[in-house]
Design a protein around this ligand. Structure first.
Ligand code: KIV
Length: 264
């Protein structure tokens, strides 16, 4: 597969070729996604929910995020892997944010970082980019703000809110972000933002007018118990897993496994 760099993002925007991103949380998922030809792996902070069993993304620590992103990189060493900055790893001070983002680059060879926020985070994005750390921004529904927003609500539904999102997208572009995630906003708002900026937009729940799409791996594979409206199961791997494990348990209980061929 051709190597993906930050330049690929700009090229794809210019040639109108869709970018495909999926989350990955471990080596096996990363290898499968890379081998399937997925362009970008996001070691998303959704690992808090999907891999670690938390109710939201807030408890995820830097150490846990680094540990899992390192596994993603080991599983797909040639993939473009984005480290998702955990809650409170970049909000306390720019100095702390720079130090934490640098750990992702230096310690586990991540290719870029992603952080949630628009115009309010533009000065930090500029500092990270000036230091040599590529940044993907993330606007719209911000899961790390679930407590202040009172739940997971679609963004940009009023004219003012849509205008603010456009302003956010312009500011993160100006600050040097190489791409921006647009989460759960009306499709026409996302399409307008995509047309108004030169960096590619990666949509989730924001319609087909974005430059690319991102989905959560466990949703795509049918491993999650709850399927959000923006997601689609492309397989029912959860069902397949449960059936395989039932058959294994049954075989052991019946004495039909292990057979002679499995024994030494
Ligand atoms: O962590 C994640 O899964 C994400 C995507 C929703 C973009 O940030």
């Amino acid at each position: 597969m051709a190597e993906i760099t930050v330049n690929t993002f700009h090229k794809r925007k210019n040639t109108n070729e869709k970018l495909v991103m999926v989350t990955a949380y471990d080596a096996i998922g990363a290898a499968a996604a890379y081998e399937a030809g997925i362009d970008i792996l996001l070691a998303g902070d959704s690992m808090a929910n999907t891999a670690l069993g938390f109710k939201n993304t807030l408890p995820l620590s830097m150490e846990e995020a680094l540990f899992h992103t390192a596994a993603v990189k080991r599983g797909a060493p040639d993939a473009f892997v984005i480290f998702d900055m955990p809650f409170m790893s970049y909000q306390i001070s720019d100095e702390e944010a720079l130090r934490n983002a640098a750990r992702a680059i230096k310690e586990i060879n991540a290719d870029a970082v992603k952080l949630e926020g628009g115009a309010d985070h533009a000065p930090l994005i500029a500092k990270l980019v000036n230091a040599g750390i590529p940044v993907m921004a993330h606007i719209g529904l911000l899961p790390q703000k679930v407590k202040t927003s009172g739940g997971y609500k679609a963004a940009g539904k009023t004219e003012d809110a849509a205008r603010q999102l456009l302003e956010d997208a312009r500011k993160v572009e100006e600050a040097g972000a190489f791409s921006v995630v647009l989460e759960c906003m009306p499709a026409d708002v996302a399409a307008e933002i995509t047309a108004a900026i030169t960096i590619p937009t990666i949509g989730i729940g924001s319609g087909a007018g974005c430059s690319g799409q991102v989905q959560v791996l466990t949703d795509v594979l049918g491993l999650s118990s709850f399927t959000p409206r923006h997601a689609k199961h492309y397989a029912e791997i959860g069902e397949i897993m449960r059936n395989a494990l039932k058959q294994y348990a049954n075989d052991v209980r019946q004495g039909t496994f292990p057979g002679k061929e499995n024994s030494f």
